[in-house]
Design a protein around this ligand. Structure first.
Ligand code: 7PM
Length: 274
């Protein structure tokens, strides 16, 4: 099992980690663009040293409840960081977390190798941008929109609905000429799902392997882990590592996490004991 993405062929025969690169503007300082870029690059190099196989960089626009980030601001936040990392010849692919085709195009042009799209390329023009490139793509399931999705999510059968959606989006990609080995599928934990929905999905994750694409799982620090442990977001490390281990044991190929070092170490045990 592998993912073709840009110039990379990512080996997913053992579970790997996608490190979440922090490019959130620091509310305590006003360091400007240069400080922003410098600290993002330093964080990225640390994530690689910690064992990340992919870096995921996002300008915040895909976050639940986020106030929409204007296009120019999103571009200004992420593109210089991608350029700086590519200039350093880093050994891992860069993923761009966006649903906006213009950001996808600029990021790929700057050297990003994967498009991580919480809207699964449903935005007008997004499919064409990825199809015209050799980038990989992560198709994520979401019910509703980030602004309202947690209001009252409802499913008859959450696994079936997520699986049908991911199959349909995968098939649209295949028809557009994006081969299956460029596609990651992601059930989208926390995106229009209650605690019960998230737990039902996590329990039956392996069912999604039927779709014949590698699976990406993002449970790191998510609210379902807060509901289970009673811990706030700053104290969800152990729960996040446990969730990554359980997901990997169910067949997840790529774990999107904040705490790369701890997760990579835990996944080594999963790999050794499998
Ligand atoms: C606040 C709440 C801030 C939630 C950030 C988040 C995923 C993703 C995100 C995921 C993929 C987070 C989320 N989650 N992309 N982007 N899969 N593919 O915890 O689960 O980072 S945003």
């Amino acid at each position: 099992m592998h993912l073709r993405c840009g110039a990379f062929k990512l080996d997913l025969s053992t579970p790997q980690v996608m490190g979440i690169l922090n490019v959130t503007p620091d509310s305590f300082s006003d360091g400007g663009q240069y400080t922003h870029n410098e600290s993002a690059v330093a964080h990225a190099l640390q994530l690689i040293e910690d064992g990340a196989a992919v870096l995921d960089i996002g300008g915040e626009s895909t976050r639940p409840n986020a106030t929409p980030v204007p296009l120019q601001q999103e571009l200004q936040r992420v593109i210089p960081v991608i350029e700086a990392l590519v200039a350093r010849n880093i050994a891992v692919p860069i993923s761009i977390d966006t649903y906006k085709p213009a950001v996808m195009r600029a990021a790929i042009e700057a050297g990003a190798s994967i498009v991580n799209d919480v809207r699964a390329l449903q935005e007008a023009g997004a499919m064409d941008v990825v199809a015209a490139s050799n980038a990989g793509v992560c198709l994520m399931h979401m019910q509703g929109t980030p602004q309202t999705m947690q209001d009252d999510p409802q499913y008859d059968d959450v696994l079936l609905e997520v699986k049908d959606f991911l199959r349909a989006r995968r098939d649209v990609c295949l028809a557009a000429g994006i081969s299956a080995d460029r596609i990651l599928l992601d059930p989208g934990f926390g995106f229009g799902k209650t605690r019960a929905h998230n737990i039902a999905l996590a329990r039956s994750l392996s069912e999604l392997l039927d779709l014949d694409c590698p699976l990406l799982v993002g449970l790191s620090r998510k609210s379902v882990l807060g509901q289970v442990t009673g811990n706030d977001v700053a104290a969800r490390l152990y729960a996040s590592v446990a969730a990554a281990v359980v997901s990997a044991m169910q067949g997840a190929h790529l774990l999107r996490v904040h705490d790369v070092k701890a997760t990579v170490e835990a996944l080594k045990v999963v790999t050794a004991l499998k």
